[in-house]
Design a protein around this ligand. Structure first.
Ligand SMILES: Nc1ncnc2c1ncn2[C@@H]1O[C@H](COP(=O)(O)OP(=O)(O)O)[C@@H](O)[C@H]1O
Ligand SMILES: [Mg+2]
Length: 214
């Protein structure tokens, strides 16, 4: 068992994950906690390269299983090179997306099957599952509206999917919340940024207390 705490953040595009996690990370560091902030499917050189292949707008012909396998490969390398060593050193690891994204996007929305996608990911993850997952709950319409307002943000291959696809992603996440009620906690991400941040901070704080007591 590792000494650290592994926390992942999930939810649709534009839910506010990246914005809120940056603030949570700052607060943890200000409190003198050992923490790292990383993202999926990147965070390290090889995985960032795989991410670029997956998200390239030119790669319209990419097969769904290829996409799922590439995500799992990027996840594996990221875990081995970065997440597991950080957990062994006792860090709080905040990770922007993890396996639930593959289950919701490739498993459910692309129709590859959640169990099938979980099985290739089980090989990649080798039992390093998050201690806690925070799900940012927002409608796809609201998430996409936020992204379209932000001109600086890149529109990648998955952002350009149809609204129907994003609805399927949302449904997939709802199934995951039902399937993993002890791990995944949902927060209302449609609230103003300051409220979402406070609610996520409460979830993280109580997770730190429960890890200390376990
Ligand atoms: N609670 C919020 N209310 C309004 N706008 C928000 C909120 N949270 C984030 N945003 C804005 O929405 C956009 C998407 O946020 P981002 O953190 O990139 O989402 P994600 O990482 O989940 O895709 C950004 O322009 C961000 O400033
Ligand atoms: Mg983001």
């Amino acid at each position: 068992m590792h000494k650290g705490i592994f926390i992942t953040f999930e939810g649709p595009e534009g839910a506010g994950k990246t914005t809120v996690i940056a603030e949570i990370y700052k607060r943890l560091v200000a409190e003198g906690k050992k923490a790292i902030l990383t993202r999926e499917p990147g965070g390290i050189r090889i995985s960032e390269k795989i991410r670029n292949i997956i998200l390239d707008n030119e790669h319209q012909e990419m097969d769904g299983r290829t996409e799922a396998l590439l995500y799992a490969a990027a996840r594996r390398q990221h875990l081995v090179e970065k997440i597991i060593p950080a957990l062994e050193e006792g860090n709080i690891v905040l990770c922007d997306r993890f396996v639930d994204s593959s289950l919701a996007y490739q498993g459910y929305a692309r129709g590859l099957g959640m169990d099938e996608v979980m099985s290739i990911n089980a090989f990649a993850i080798d039992n390093t599952m998050p201690d806690r997952t925070v799900y940012f709950d927002i409608t796809p319409e609201e998430g996409l509206r936020r992204i379209s307002k932000n001109d600086e943000r890149e529109q990648n291959r998955l952002d350009n999917e149809t609204l129907q696809f994003h609805h399927k992603v949302h449904e997939g996440y709802q199934l995951l919340i039902e399937k993993f009620p002890d791990r995944i906690v949902s927060t209302d991400a449609s609230q103003p940024l300051s409220e979402v941040t406070e609610n996520v901070w409460k979830i993280i704080s109580s997770q730190l207390i429960s890890n200390k007591n376990s």
